[in-house]
Design a protein around this ligand. Structure first.
Ligand SMILES: Cc1cc2nc3c(=O)[nH]c(=O)nc-3n(C[C@H](O)[C@H](O)[C@H](O)COP(=O)(O)OP(=O)(O)OC[C@H]3O[C@@H](n4cnc5c(N)ncnc54)[C@H](O)[C@@H]3O)c2cc1C
Length: 414
């Protein structure tokens, strides 16, 4: 019996495990499918955006991983220590060894403030905050509740990060919250990014940049941070941005075991073929979700579209046939813009996010690149869809291929 081992039981690992199981049942081919994760707490990460504004608590965003894995998928709880690709084995920290025939790395990325000098110093969670972790989002909520005015800087340290629109959404929601509390006039709001604009893709960059400008948010671009120095961000070319409160997205790194096992690049992402998602260096080893280096967003929607093609390809690969269903970088991201509205971006490796209509059963079609209430409600409904439909790997009637539009002007990851 073949053994598929999946490292990480988050969004991508869960979807892939369930999807593969369904696919193998159809083939009447019965494999062992195992997921490894360090705990049984599946976090709905998009919900973290709402925690600093008091709209949710982390506990409301967590459910049992086991509950979302189809019967037949085994869940092993343990910390992955390393992968021995030569022998086809995974070593856990507690000494257990798990052999595999095929391996999927789905261990995601994590914010790493320790990678930037001064960031995780004595001001961490006092003046320097983040919202990409449950503890960070709660600490930021407490800080914002006590906010009376001054300089707030929202900052992206380095790309790629997971959900690259999340810091923009945070800025729009913060602007909205401060206005409602009568604190906006007394708050200088600055958005600092290493990119040359608010976003990477030209049309979306201009649209989102215009929205920051309209809200009176100053934008500092091409800012490659060197260090956090007391109450200032300092760039490698010695520019400074002072703050009273810094809300940063630290460098996002893949899991440390990826680096230890010689599977990763400098960001500890696994270099894969962007179509088949198979490791460039290790045949039979795949990566999905945030753990890959593919030039599209690190987003839950990407994990969903990848899982869609992965199961078919795995079966083909196992039977010695060519992998013909290629992932095309399809991603869609809702961008909360405050005042009960949101935008929708839809793009792929070769498809720009452009205005238009996005087909969605029941509540759609939705407007692309336009701020609408329907987009806001669709984003709000996504959490229920996530737990009840998407994680189970059930097919949903939305296009899995990226739209056919103009080729992207840049191959940069978003
Ligand atoms: C604030 C925020 C807002 C977001 N908003 C959106 C959004 O609106 N739309 C969207 O599509 N996406 C959004 N995302 C991104 C989305 O949550 C991620 O892209 C998605 O979770 C990636 O799934 P993944 O399975 O690759 O990684 P994860 O879901 O992070 O799962 C990785 C798993 O691997 C496990 N793991 C890692 N290392 C080890 C180890 N050594 N041993 C054992 N287990 C290990 C972890 O415990 C984890 O469970 C957002 C993310 C954040 C932080």
């Amino acid at each position: 019996m073949k053994h598929l081992l999946i490292l990480g039981g988050g969004t991508a690992g869960t979807m892939v495990a369930n999807r593969v199981l369904h696919r193998l049942r159809v083939e009447r081919d019965f494999w062992r499918v195992t997921v490894v994760d360090r705990d049984d707490r599946h976090l709905y990460q998009p919900g973290l955006l709402t925690v600093p504004f008091g709209a949710a608590t982390p506990e409301q965003l967590v459910r049992s991983r086991r509950r979302y894995l189809e019967p037949g998928v085994e869940l092993v709880l343990g910390e992955v220590e390393g992968v021995d690709t030569a022998r086809g084995r995974v070593h856990l920290e507690d000494g257990r060894v798990l052999p595999y025939d095929y391996l999927v790395v789905a261990s995601g990325t994590s914010p790493r403030p320790d990678q930037t000098p001064g960031m995780a110093g004595d001001q961490w969670r006092r003046r320097v905050h983040e919202f990409y972790t449950p503890d960070g989002a709660v600490a930021l909520h407490r800080r914002l509740e006590r906010w009376l005015g001054g300089r707030i800087v929202v900052h992206v340290t380095e790309m790629p990060i997971k959900c690259p629109v999340a810091p923009l959404e945070f800025t729009f929601l913060l602007d909205d919250a401060l206005r409602r509390r009568g604190l906006r006039a007394g708050t200088e709001l600055t958005y600092v990014t290493p990119l040359d604009g608010a976003f990477t893709r030209p049309v979306a960059r201009d649209r989102l940049g215009g929205m920051l400008e309209a809200r009176g948010v100053q934008v500092r671009t091409d800012f490659l941070v060197d260090r956090v120095d007391d109450r200032r961000l300092v760039s490698v070319d010695d520019r400074e941005v002072p703050f009273d409160l810094l809300v940063t997205v630290p460098v996002n790194l893949g899991a440390d075991f990826v680096a230890r096992s010689g599977l990763g690049d400098e960001l500890q992402d696994v270099p894969v073929d962007p179509g088949t998602l198979m490791s460039r260096a290790h045949p039979g080893v795949f990566a999905v979700g945030d753990a890959t280096d593919v030039p599209t967003s690190k987003a839950g929607s990407v994990a969903h579209f990848e899982a869609d093609v992965f199961a078919d390809n795995l079966v083909s690969y196992d039977r010695g046939r060519p992998m013909t269903r290629l992932y095309d970088g399809h991603a869609n991201c809702f961008v909360e813009s405050g005042r009960g509205r949101a935008l929708l971006l839809d793009f792929g490796y070769d498809a720009e996010p452009l205005p238009g209509r996005y087909p969605l059963p029941v509540i759609g079609p939705l407007s692309l690149l336009a701020e609408t209430r329907a987009n806001h409600w669709a984003k709000a409904a996504t959490q229920r869809l996530y737990w009840n439909v998407l994680l189970h790997g059930r097919p949903v009637p939305i296009p899995s291929r990226a739209p056919r539009r103009e080729p992207a002007a840049t191959g940069a990851a978003v």
